[in-house]
Design a protein around this ligand. Structure first.
Ligand code: PMP
Length: 482
């Protein structure tokens, strides 16, 4: 292996032996180099595995989001709040399956339920009674009337747009710059656009997230700036007649953690009613951050909620939930919605036990308190170090943003110092903590299996690196991750 002062693989590319695009000089670079060197030395088996993987799989990963610097870590075991990698290193995990594991890794209550389920088949190809229980739990908790289950968040947002278009008879969808709704073709616009191609801040241009997205699809999309009430209202006035739906992450969590302005959300509800558009909350992430999802905090009820990740306790399942007025339009020859794996008994058992027995109000409250404690700990340790930082918290998630102000939208998020974030991330990995999802656009998730001990140990690790965080690390850009 190449051992020069070389840290990154070229775009962590397929050329795994071609190490070496950055030769570091100077103090911060040396510190960063030490961390990368340590990472290489202690992750030998992951590196070897990845070298094999790139021969079999594009970039060696099965989801572009899992392409991480300097190479992906391979894991073998998860238990509670911990993950162990193939080199035998144990980490406190705050990625928690990108927020899918609010229940914790292999939560015993869920495991027991799934084992007995597996013994009675995992797919009938017909309906089963458990889906009624799962749907009732969702309706009670999220204030909805009807539910259709799918398997992934991507599928659910895709179906939701079709339902909205079918219901309204209109075509366009308004989405916000920096929000991600899965690799759903309709919405793969302006996910992580670069400012020089994204147009005016208050009238962003739709920027496709990569190749293979036909240009004509731009006609189906209007892009607006999150939290910008005036410009969004203007766009909704202008395109109102054609707008079938407004879709948003109510607390955007694909640009760190963005706290929504209440008046902005209230305006979206009012405006959707006045122009006859469907308001969709993509709660694939937020449904697991607050007991009742974003509505509980924002006091605004959308027409449809897209649920995913956490509701399955680690088993793939998603749901489109909403008013019966909206969802009763689904049907053959009306609005299509189908899927071999929809509401399979394994997923239904997982939803029932996760929502019914594991993600209880008190367990989630406890995780939220720990999340606040983590945020306060990070902030206290960084105070008085002449650092520009913010630590926004939303329920049991939060993020460190090295930014002069707390970002309110994508353009502000881009002003953050990703170089500093990159140091924080690799240095924490080396100290046995996965501090958040892998990317400055991600956040931490505290599960119901984390305890004070993990928070204290995480802050102890952070204390060790905080003296170096003020340095000027090599600048990095936020990259397209999907
Ligand atoms: N919506 C949001 C808000 C998401 O964060 C994600 C995934 N991170 C998705 C949809 C897509 O979900 P999935 O990966 O299950 O397709």
């Amino acid at each position: 292996m190449c051992t020069k002062n070389i840290i990154y693989f070229e775009h962590y590319s397929n050329y795994v032996d071609k190490c070496g695009i950055m030769v570091f000089e100077g103090r911060p670079e040396e510190i960063l180099e030490q961390e990368y060197r340590k990472f290489f030395e202690t992750h030998g088996r992951s590196l070897e595995t990845w070298k094999r993987a790139v021969q079999l799989t594009p970039l060696g990963v099965h989801s572009n989001y899992r392409l991480t610097r300097p190479f992906p870590v391979y894991f073998g075991k998860g238990e509670g709040a911990y993950l162990t990698d193939v080199d035998g290193r144990k980490y406190i995990d705050f990625n928690m399956g990108f927020g899918a594991l609010v229940s914790g890794h292999s939560n015993k209550v869920i495991v027991q339920e799934l084992i007995s389920r597996i013994e009675n088949s995992t797919i009938f190809g017909f309906e089963d009674e458990e889906s009624l229980n799962a749907a009732e739990l969702i309706n009670e908790r999220f204030g909805t009337e009807m539910v259709r289950f799918s398997t992934t968040g991507t599928e659910a947002t895709m179906h939701a747009l079709r339902i909205a278009r079918g219901y309204t008879g209109k075509t366009k969808v308004l989405k916000f710059e920096g929000c991600y709704h899965g690799s759903n073709q309709d919405l793969l616009f302006s996910v992580k656009p670069k400012p020089d191609e994204a147009g005016e801040e208050r009238r962003p241009r739709p920027v496709p997230a990569g190749l293979g997205i036909p240009d004509f699809m731009k006609q189906g999309i209007v892009i607006s700036q999150f939290n910008d009430t005036a410009s969004t209202e203007e766009l909704l006035d202008e395109y109102g007649e054609d707008i079938a739906a407004v879709i948003l992450e109510p607390f955007p969590m694909n640009m760190g953690v963005i706290i929504p302005d209440r008046e902005f959300i209230a305006m979206l509800r009012r405006k959707c009613d006045s122009i006859g558009a469907v308001l969709i909350f993509d709660e694939v992430k937020t449904c697991g951050k607050f007991y009742g999802g974003a509505e509980e905090v924002l006091g605004v009820r959308p027409d449809m909620k897209i649920l995913g990740k956490a509701i399955g306790g680690g088993i793939p399942v998603s749901a489109i939930a909403g008013s019966s007025e909206m969802l009763s339009n689904i049907g053959p020859g009306k609005i299509a919605h189908a899927g071999t794996f929809n509401s399979n008994p394994l997923a239904m058992a997982a939803v029932s036990v996760t929502l019914g027995n594991v993600l209880t109000r008190s367990a989630m409250r406890n995780a939220q308190l720990l999340s606040q404690e983590l945020a306060k700990g990070y902030s206290d340790l960084m105070a008085d170090r002449h650092l520009e930082f913010h630590v926004p918290v939303a329920g049991l998630s939060g993020a460190i943003s090295f930014n002069h102000r707390e970002p309110k939208n994508w353009r502000e998020f881009l002003k953050g110092d990703v170089g500093k974030w990159n140091y924080y991330y690799i240095a924490m990995l080396n100290r046995g903590v996965i501090p958040a999802g892998p990317g400055a656009d991600e956040q931490w998730t505290v599960s119901v299996m984390h305890s004070k001990e993990e928070i204290e140990n995480t802050l102890e690790a952070f204390k060790d690196i905080v003296p170096s965080i003020g340095m000027n690390f090599p600048l990095l850009e936020v990259e397209e991750s999907v």
